[in-house]
Design a protein around this ligand. Structure first.
Ligand code: NAP
Ligand code: GCO
Length: 268
């Protein structure tokens, strides 16, 4: 391997990717394994963890999977202690686990709003807080928060999600500010609209065989003229986990096919 390629290698690193049984987390973990990292992931129940373990195994990856609710601070601390004891200090954390509730704001209960904030914002705080002390002792660490278009933009029905992902952008900058001196880099990835189960309801084929109106809307809003695939996030995720990004801190890397750059199609 030449020096340039070595910069992007994750050989010898241990990576914890939350909620990574499938979807974006799985794609990122798969890339990390291919770059040499040992993969640790968690998910909310045993069924999902088993599904993830099977999927990693089919790719020839020996991943370590655990049941852990990222909103439960006691469970997260126990998970991190187990990983540190049995596998090693977590060098790379990807706060990927997330939920969305698409409900008009005035119809949303405060409890529903809190649930989204809890998983999408409080949990990255809890998991980051659990891994940072050992990163400081080890002398380095990478934290990557999976943000969103909704870290920058609003739209109907996603008030809680936008509030959480906007907050996650600022948590990212704050972790970078507070722990940068310990050689910890905390950055975000802001995926555009990615074809995963989370966005499946926005892509359903209509009873008359036509494409979902939201699907057509996203294609028109995206200069790349397509939905992203989870694999589109692999290169950026490797960059932010590797030595290649050692002086990149508090940055949100939007991987959106150009959505945030685009005012929209001009009227014909
Ligand atoms: P996904 O398909 O819904 O996967 C998220 C994973 O997190 C699921 O396995 C989910 O389990 C798990 N999870 C939920 N709550 C959890 C908890 N409390 N503890 C542990 N695990 C939990 O989502 P995705 O589309 O791959 O998205 C992954 C991340 O990217 C999310 O943070 C999402 O907001 C973000 N994102 C997605 C898109 C997109 O277009 N897809 C774009 C921008 C950002 P369940 O299956 O039980 O829910
Ligand atoms: C929605 C979508 C989005 C995406 C993504 C965009 O309903 O608007 O689910 O929020 O999942 O986060 O970056």
């Amino acid at each position: 391997m030449n020096d340039f390629a070595k910069n992007f290698s994750l050989e010898g690193k241990t990576a914890l990717i939350t909620g990574a049984s499938y979807g974006i987390g799985f794609a990122i973990a798969k890339a990390y394994a291919e770059a040499g990292a040992t993969i640790v992931f968690n998910d909310i129940n045993q069924e999902l963890v088993d599904r993830g373990l099977k999927a990693y195994d089919e790719c020839g990856i020996k991943a370590h999977g655990y049941v852990c609710d990222v909103t439960d601070e006691t469970a997260v601390n126990a998970l991190v202690a187990t990983v540190e004891k049995e596998i090693g200090v977590i060098d790379i954390l990807v706060n990927n686990a997330g939920i969305i509730k698409r409900i008009p704001m005035c119809e949303m209960t405060a409890e529903q709003f809190r649930q989204v904030i809890d998983v999408d914002l409080n949990a990255p705080f809890i998991v980051s807080k659990a891994v940072i002390p050992s990163m400081i002792k080890k002398g380095h660490g990478k934290i990557i928060n999976i943000c969103s278009m909704m870290s920058e933009l609003g739209r109907e029905t996603v008030s809680a999600y936008a509030a959480a992902k906007g907050g996650l952008k600022m948590l990212t900058r704050n972790i970078a500010s507070e722990y940068g001196e310990f050689n910890i880099q905390c950055n975000g990835i802001g995926p555009g609209y990615i074809a995963t189960p989370q966005t499946a309801p926005l892509r359903e084929i209509q009873p008359d065989g036509s494409r979902h109106p939201f699907d057509q809307f996203i294609i028109a809003k995206t200069p790349a003229a397509r939905w992203g695939e989870a694999e589109d996030l692999q290169g950026p995720a490797i960059f932010l986990a590797s030595d290649a990004s050692n002086f990149v801190n508090g940055h949100i890397l939007y991987v959106d096919g150009g959505i945030l750059a685009y005012i929209g199609k001009q009227p014909q």
